[in-house]
Design a protein around this ligand. Structure first.
Ligand code: URA
Length: 428
């Protein structure tokens, strides 16, 4: 006698299930609980045997359990994205970034495309106790898990990160309990910034008091900051469209519009400036004002056609203060820059430039970290997480501000020399 569950020869060899079930199943399959397979099989059986609308019955005990597991895996995926911290190591003169993470579920494969997409220009490995994933700039590979002792613990990147974290740490927003639930203690040991958290927490009341004495406008400004959330796409058009409505920092209120990057999608060189100026704000395009015109002239002199390069800014809204009838440029602060950073990262992940050029110190710090100095480091090829060949040079507006004609001419010549180097580098 046949078992009831055995398919009869008359049953079709294929069957249909809702797409949503496949999405859920992909995550539930990564749950640590070994009962997941029986549960998935049961739900699949019921879906294909007269309960085709089962997914809508959220009170059903199987569905309840399925969605609970899906949620736990989603949460773990999010935690991994938020708490993986890469440390730089040198492997036979090649820079490699290594992170240690202990996921609760089997999510390494599920999450790897995200990291390849976000950190596409650097070689990295994420080590975990069960499974490791590696990116060599072209493909993902997976190997068996390793003990924690395999993960490097100290380096320069770490101290940069700690500085950055201390800088963006907002004592007025500290909620210790919420912080611990968002950043559970078990992850702290992997986070370089965790070492400074106790000190920062201890200083928090004093810093809050100091902040409170500052003007109401400034306080509002700080409360209104949060990182931008670009859609998860590589499509520049879609990113540009989404950036139109960005309200991640208060700059959108006084600016005319978001000024997104501009240039062909296949551009091999990407130039990053600081923020749009008055003209850029009005026209909605980067580098079209006086600094932009100087930039165009210098590009042409160095043999680079502006139409072939992509030009963008670290901050996408014009920050200004009134002076009479004029709108005077105001340098963006670390909060403006951090809020806007996800847009720049998304643009670079989409473009994957062969050469990345920071124009001025704001862009240089955003791309290469706070320790770089444009005057010291200009004209050298350095590696950054966004592009293996990154070059720093001055901002064209610094030439406009030169104190006399002679200085202006000399600075312009140096700028052209940097651009010629870039032109030669891209021809190599
Ligand atoms: N300065 C910049 O940094 N970007 C612009 O778009 C214009 C001036």
């Amino acid at each position: 006698m046949f078992d009831e569950a055995e398919p009869s020869s008359k049953e079709p060899a294929t069957f249909r299930v809702p797409k949503r079930f496949l999405e859920i199943a992909r995550k539930v399959a990564c749950h640590r609980d070994s009962r997941r397979w029986a549960l998935l099989y049961r739900v699949l059986w019921r879906l294909t045997h007269s309960e085709s609308r089962l997914l809508e019955v959220v009170v059903d005990s199987d569905m309840h359990e399925l969605l609970r597991m899906e949620k736990a895996v989603r949460h773990d995926v999010h935690k991994m994205r938020a708490f993986v911290r890469f440390r730089r190591i040198a492997v036979e003169e090649t820079e490699w970034y290594v992170a240690w993470f202990e996921p609760e579920h089997h999510i390494v494969e599920l999450n790897s495309a995200f990291f390849a997409d976000r950190f596409t220009a650097m070689r990295w490995s994420i080590l975990t106790p069960e499974r490791c994933v590696h990116w060599d700039l072209s493909k993902l590979t997976f190997t068996a898990g390793v003990p924690r002792s395999e993960a490097p613990t100290e380096d320069g990147v770490e101290s940069l990160w700690i500085q950055y974290y201390s800088h963006i740490f907002n004592p007025g927003r500290v909620k210790v309990q919420a912080m611990q639930s968002e950043m559970p203690k078990k992850y702290w040991k992997n986070l370089p910034e965790a070492a400074v958290i106790p000190a920062l927490l201890e200083q928090a009341p004093r810093r809050v008091a100091a902040m409170m004495t500052k003007s109401e406008a400034k306080r509002t400004d700080q409360l209104e900051w949060h990182p931008a959330e670009p859609p998860a796409t590589r499509d520049l058009g879609k990113l540009r469209e989404a950036a139109v409505a960005c309200k991640a920092c208060p700059l959108f209120k006084s600016a005319t519009q978001t000024v997104f990057g501009e240039g062909p999608e296949g551009a091999r060189i990407v130039f990053v400036g600081e923020q749009p100026g008055d003209q850029e704000d009005l026209q909605g395009k980067p580098f079209v004002g006086p600094a932009g015109q100087l930039f165009n002239r210098a590009l042409a002199e160095a043999g680079i056609d502006r139409a072939t390069v992509y030009v963008t800014n670290t901050v996408k809204h014009f920050k200004w203060e009134p002076q009479g009838k004029r709108r005077l440029h105001k340098t963006p602060n670390s909060r403006d820059i951090a809020a806007c950073r996800p847009w720049l990262e998304a643009e670079l992940a989409s473009l994957r430039p062969k050469l990345l050029v920071a124009l001025g110190s704001t862009a240089a710090a955003a791309l290469a970290g706070p320790d770089v100095r444009v005057t010291r480091d200009r004209g050298h090829i350095i590696g950054t997480p966004f592009c293996e060949r990154t070059i720093l040079t001055v901002h064209p507006s610094s030439l406009l501000r030169a104190r006399d004609e002679e200085t202006r001419r000399a600075s312009y010549e140096l700028f052209i020399a940097d651009l010629r180097l870039i032109a030669a580098e891209i021809r190599r």
